[in-house]
Design a protein around this ligand. Structure first.
Ligand SMILES: Cc1cc2nc3c(=O)[nH]c(=O)nc-3n(C[C@H](O)[C@H](O)[C@H](O)COP(=O)(O)OP(=O)(O)OC[C@H]3O[C@@H](n4cnc5c(N)ncnc54)[C@H](O)[C@@H]3O)c2cc1C
Length: 784
C-alpha cells in the first residue's frame, strides 16, 4: 500500500471505471489534492470483466447526454493522457420487430439528433449492407448509432487513473475503507449475475472483416433481449434473460468479504433460449465453438439507473455507485460527480440519477431484489409511458386505499405511494398488456375523459397521499424564506407558489407555501421531491438561527375536491367559511375531525384540497363522498389530473421544472419580485433579463396529431431547424386539443407562431398559444 496522505480535499472510495473517472474529472476541475482508495487493484470489482460496450442510446435525455459525453471523452482520452487503449467505434444496429419499437427508435433518434448525433433509422437492405450475416425477414427496421462501440474497461480505467495522477491526484491501492459504517447509509442496491459467452474464431467473419477492413457493428436484438459483438474474429453474446438470477440476496448466499477479480460459476442453461435465438438471427454463430463464459456481478438500483449525487442525509458526502452500465456511463458520471463536489450543482439536470430519488422504503433489500430482477429481465423492453411495473408494490398505502380500490382504481406509484391513475368500470380491460402502446387511444382514455368532464361539469375527488410536507417555524422564518424564493411569501391565511432558484437562476424546485402565522409555514411539494427539497432547505438554513425545519410528510394526507359543485359538496359536511377566496386556507371540521381546507386546484376548477391527519382520512373521505353523491362527484385519478393541469399550463416537478432552465426561461417571471432586496439567483436572473432570455416556456396546440401526443423531449422545428423541445404532452379533454408544453427559441415564442413538433418521427403543425391558460384563461372558474 502506498503512503496514505494525512489530508485530502476529497476522498474517493473504489477504483473501478467510475471512481477513476471521478478522480480524473475532479483533477481536471483543478481539485488535484484528492485521493482515491482502492481495497485491491484498480478494476478488481465489476470493471475488469465488463464486456465494454459503449452505447449512447437511451430514451432518457439525461442518460443519453451522459453516455454521449463518455463517447466524446473516450475518443480523445488515449492521446490526451498518453495511455493507448482499445476503443473501437464500430457503430451499432438495434433491431426492431414491431411498429411500436420503431416508434421508440424514432424518438431516440430525435433526441440523439438534438444532442448532435447522427442516429439513423434503417431498413432491411441497409441492415444487410452493414451486417451481411443477419436474418432480416421479420424485422420492421433498425436504429443505427454511429457512435456505439466497445472499449477495454481495464485500459479505460488505467487511462483515467493515469490522467488523474499526472495532474497531481493520488491513488492508494490495497487500502480498504469501511464505507457503510462510516456513513450509516443503506444504499438501495442489489446484485444480479450477468453473463456473456465468447465464441471462437468464425472463418467467414474473419474473411469478411479482412476484406472490408473493419469489424461488424455491435448488434442488439432488443425485442428478444441480447447483444452480440464481434470480438477479434469471434463473437461475444450477452443476454438479459427473463429467467435471471440475483446474488448475495439470501442467507444461504451471503455477500463475501472480498470478491476481487472473481466470477460466479457459469450457468449456460439460463442462456440456452437466447443462444438459439441469436443463432437463428445470425446463423454463422451456429458454426462457432464456445470458448469461454464470463459470469460476473452487476449492480442494480430499483429503477436501473445509477446513483450520482449528494448522499441523502450526509453533508459533504456524494455517491457515484450502482452502475449497471458503468463503462459507458463512467465518463459522464465523473463529470457529473465532480460538478456536484466542486460546485454543488450540475450542468445538466440529473434527477434521473440523483440518490435522493429513493427514500427510506427503497433501501429494503427485498424491495431492491424484486425491482432489480424486474429491471434486468426487462432491460431492453420498450418504455411505454403508461406501463405500470408490478414488482415492489403496495409499499405505502393511502388510508383509504381499500375504498378507492373498490371504486375501480388502477394504481401506479410515486415515491412508493400507491395512487389511482384512473378508474376502471366493470368489463374494462385492465391487463398490463393493454398499456403497451404509445397511442393515446389506450383503454384508459375513455375513462380519463369521463373523469375530466366530471371535474368540468360537477366534481371529482382525487386521493393524493404522500405529498411531501415540511414545517418551517421560528423567529425569522419568513425573512429567511423570502431570501430563498424568487417571489412573495404569502401572508398568514394565504397560500402561494414559491420558486427556488440556484445561484445561476435555474429552477431548483417549486413548493406551495402555506402561511399559518407570520413565522410558521407548511411547505408542500411533490411526493418524489421529499428528500431533495428537504435537503435543499436544510442546506441553506443557517445553523443556530432558531428556525426549525421538520419533515412531517407521513403525518398527513390529502384529497383534492374540484369542480363547480365542490362548494355544494363541502357545505353538506362543514360549517367552514366557503366564501373565502382562491389561495386562502382555513382549519375546519369534517365528520368531527380536524382538516385544513385549502382553496386551490391543480385541475383548474373551483376546488379545495382537504388536508387531514392520516388517521382521520377515512372518516373525512366517507363524509365527503356520501354527502357529495347527489352532486355527482366522480373518483378521479392522476391521468386525468395530468390532462387537466396541461390545460392550465401548470408545470410538473422535474418534468417542466428542472435545473435545465432558468426561472425566466420557465416563463415564471410573474413569480419574481425584483423589488426584493435580495434572493438566491437574483443577480443571475437580472443579468439574464438584461441580456435577453434566449428560450421561453410555451404552450403549444398540436394540430391533427394522429393517435399520439408529444412525448417528453420531442423536438420542435422551424425553417428546417430544431428550435426547441417539449417537456410535457397530452390531450386536454375540456378544450379537445392535443397540448404540448415546451421550450422554444425566444424569437419564435410569440402567440400565433406556427412551428412543427416531431412526434415519433412524424412532424405535425403546432401553434404557439398566448401566455395564459388554454382553459379558463382569466381563472374565473377557479375564483368562482
Ligand atoms: C458480465 C458483465 C458485462 C458487463 N458489460 C458491460 C458493458 O458492456 N458496458 C457497460 O457499460 N457495463 C457493463 N457491465 C457493467 C459494468 O461492469 C459496471 O457497471 C462497472 O464496472 C461499474 O464500475 P464501478 O467503478 O462503479 O464499480 P467497480 O468496478 O465494481 O469498482 C468498485 C471498486 O471499489 C472497490 N471497493 C469496494 N469496496 C471498497 C472499500 N470498502 N474500500 C476500498 N475500495 C473498495 C472494489 O474493489 C472495486 O475495485 C457489465 C457487467 C458484467 C457483470
Amino acid at each position: 500500500m502506498a503512503e496514505l496522505p494525512a489530508r485530502a480535499r476529497v476522498v474517493i472510495i473504489g477504483g473501478g471505471a467510475v471512481g477513476t473517472s471521478s478522480l480524473y474529472h475532479l483533477a481536471r476541475a483543478g481539485w488535484t489534492d484528492c485521493v482515491l482508495l482502492e481495497k485491491n487493484e484498480l478494476t478488481s470489482g465489476s470493471t475488469w470483466h465488463a464486456a465494454g460496450n459503449v452505447p449512447t442510446f437511451s430514451t432518457s435525455w439525461s442518460l443519453m447526454n451522459m453516455q454521449r459525453y463518455s463517447t466524446e471523452l473516450y475518443r480523445g482520452l488515449a492521446e490526451e493522457v498518453g495511455y493507448p487503449m482499445n476503443y473501437h467505434v464500430t457503430g451499432s444496429l438495434r433491431l426492431g420487430h414491431t411498429k411500436e419499437r420503431m416508434r421508440e427508435f424514432e424518438r431516440a433518434k430525435g433526441m440523439g439528433r438534438y444532442q448532435g448525433m447522427d442516429i439513423e433509422i434503417v431498413g432491411a437492405d441497409e441492415i444487410r449492407r452493414r451486417y451481411p450475416f443477419l436474418e432480416t425477414h421479420d424485422l420492421e427496421g433498425a436504429l443505427y448509432d454511429p457512435n456505439d462501440g466497445d472499449i477495454d474497461p481495464a485500459q479505460l480505467t488505467q487511462a483515467l487513473a493515469k490522467g488523474a495522477r499526472d495532474m497531481g491526484a493520488k491513488i492508494v491501492r490495497f487500502c480498504p475503507a469501511e464505507v457503510g459504517k462510516m456513513f450509516g447509509r443503506q444504499v438501495p442496491i442489489m446484485v444480479m449475475s450477468h453473463q456473456y459467452i465468447l465464441f471462437e474464431e468464425i472463418p467467414e467473419l474473419a474473411a469478411w472483416s479482412r476484406e472490408v477492413g473493419h469489424k461488424l457493428p455491435l448488434l442488439r436484438d432488443v425485442d428478444t433481449s441480447w447483444y452480440l459483438r464481434q470480438e477479434k474474429n469471434g463473437m461475444n453474446l450477452g443476454p438479459y434473460e427473463k429467467n435471471c438470477r440475483a446474488h448475495w440476496a439470501t442467507p444461504d448466499d451471503p455477500m463475501p468479504e472480498d470478491f476481487s477479480f472473481q466470477l460466479f460459476p457459469d450457468d449456460l442453461d439460463r442462456l440456452e433460449w437466447y443462444l438459439n435465438d441469436a443463432t437463428e438471427r445470425v446463423p454463422i454463430l451456429g458454426t462457432a465453438g464456445l470458448s469461454k463464459m464470463i459470469n460476473g456481478p452487476i449492480p442494480y438500483a430499483p429503477d436501473g439507473n445509477p446513483l450520482i449525487g449528494p448522499m441523502p442525509g450526509v453533508p459533504n458526502a456524494f455517491e457515484a455507485c450502482v452502475f449497471t452500465f458503468g463503462i459507458s456511463q463512467a465518463g459522464g458520471a465523473g463529470k457529473v460527480l465532480s460538478e456536484w463536489v466542486t460546485e454543488g450543482r450540475t450542468e445538466w439536470d440529473m434527477w434521473s440519477c440523483d440518490p435522493r430519488r429513493f427514500t427510506a422504503f427503497a433501501s429494503d433489500p427485498a424491495y431492491c431484489v424484486a425491482k432489480g430482477k424486474e429491471v434486468y429481465a426487462n432491460e431492453y423492453v420498450i418504455q411505454f409511458p403508461r406501463r405500470v411495473w408490478p414488482e415492489g408494490r403496495n409499499r405505502k398505502l393511502s388510508a383509504i386505499h381499500d375504498r378507492i380500490a373498490a371504486l375501480g382504481a388502477q394504481f401506479g406509484t410515486a415515491n412508493g405511494w400507491e395512487r389511482a391513475l384512473w378508474y376502471a368500470k366493470p368489463g374494462d380491460d385492465t391487463s398490463a398488456e393493454a398499456a403497451l402502446t404509445f397511442s393515446r387511444s389506450g383503454l384508459w382514455e375513455k375513462r380519463v375523459r369521463e373523469e375530466c368532464l366530471a371535474v368540468r361539469d360537477a366534481a371529482g375527488i382525487l386521493d393524493l397521499p404522500g405529498f411531501s410536507r415540511y414545517r418551517l417555524a421560528g423567529e425569522g422564518a419568513r425573512e429567511w424564506l423570502s431570501k430563498q424564493i424568487t417571489g412573495i411569501v404569502p401572508k398568514p391565511g394565504r397560500i402561494g407558489l414559491g420558486y427556488f432558484a440556484d445561484d445561476k437562476g435555474r429552477i431548483v424546485t417549486e413548493m406551495s407555501i402555506m402561511a399559518l402565522e407570520e413565522d410558521l409555514f407548511f411547505l408542500i411539494t411533490a411526493a418524489s421531491a421529499e428528500l431533495h427539497d428537504f435537503e435543499w432547505l436544510q442546506r441553506n438554513l443557517p445553523q443556530d438561527s432558531g428556525i426549525t425545519l421538520e419533515n412531517r410528510t407521513e403525518e398527513f394526507s390529502c384529497q383534492i375536491l374540484s369542480g363547480p359543485n365542490a362548494r355544494k359538496i363541502l357545505a353538506e359536511v362543514t360549517d367552514a367559511d366557503l366564501s373565502l377566496p382562491w389561495l386562502t386556507h382555513q382549519s375546519a371540521k369534517i365528520a368531527g375531525r380536524w382538516c385544513q381546507l385549502v382553496r386551490v386546484s391543480f385541475a383548474g376548477e373551483l376546488g379545495w384540497e382537504i388536508h387531514t391527519k392520516v388517521e382521520d382520512t377515512p372518516a373525512v373521505f366517507d363524509a365527503v363522498w356520501q354527502a357529495g353523491r347527489k352532486h355527482g362527484p366522480k373518483p378521479v385519478g392522476m391521468y386525468a389530473l395530468d390532462s387537466l393541469r396541461l390545460e392550465k399550463g401548470y408545470r410538473a416537478w422535474k418534468q417542466d421544472l428542472s435545473t435545465d432552465y432558468t426561472v425566466l426561461q420557465g416563463g415564471l417571471e410573474r413569480f419574481v419580485k425584483w423589488e426584493k432586496p435580495d434572493f438566491r439567483g437574483k443577480a443571475a436572473l437580472a443579468a439574464e433579463k438584461q441580456q435577453g432570455v434566449t428560450k421561453r416556456f410555451v404552450t403549444l396546440v398540436v394540430e391533427n396529431p394522429g393517435d399520439c401526443d408529444a412525448p417528453y423531449m420531442a423536438t420542435l422545428w422551424h425553417g428546417g431547424r430544431i428550435v426547441g423541445e417539449t417537456l410535457s404532452g397530452g390531450f386536454g379533454h375540456r378544450v379537445d386539443k392535443s397540448i404540448a408544453l415546451g421550450m422554444l427559441r425566444a424569437d419564435l415564442s410569440e402567440a400565433g407562431t406556427e412551428i412543427e413538433v416531431e412526434i415519433f418521427g412524424d412532424r405535425f403543425k403546432a401553434v404557439v398559444q398566448k401566455e395564459e391558460p388554454l382553459w379558463d384563461p382569466n381563472n374565473e372558474r377557479l375564483r368562482a
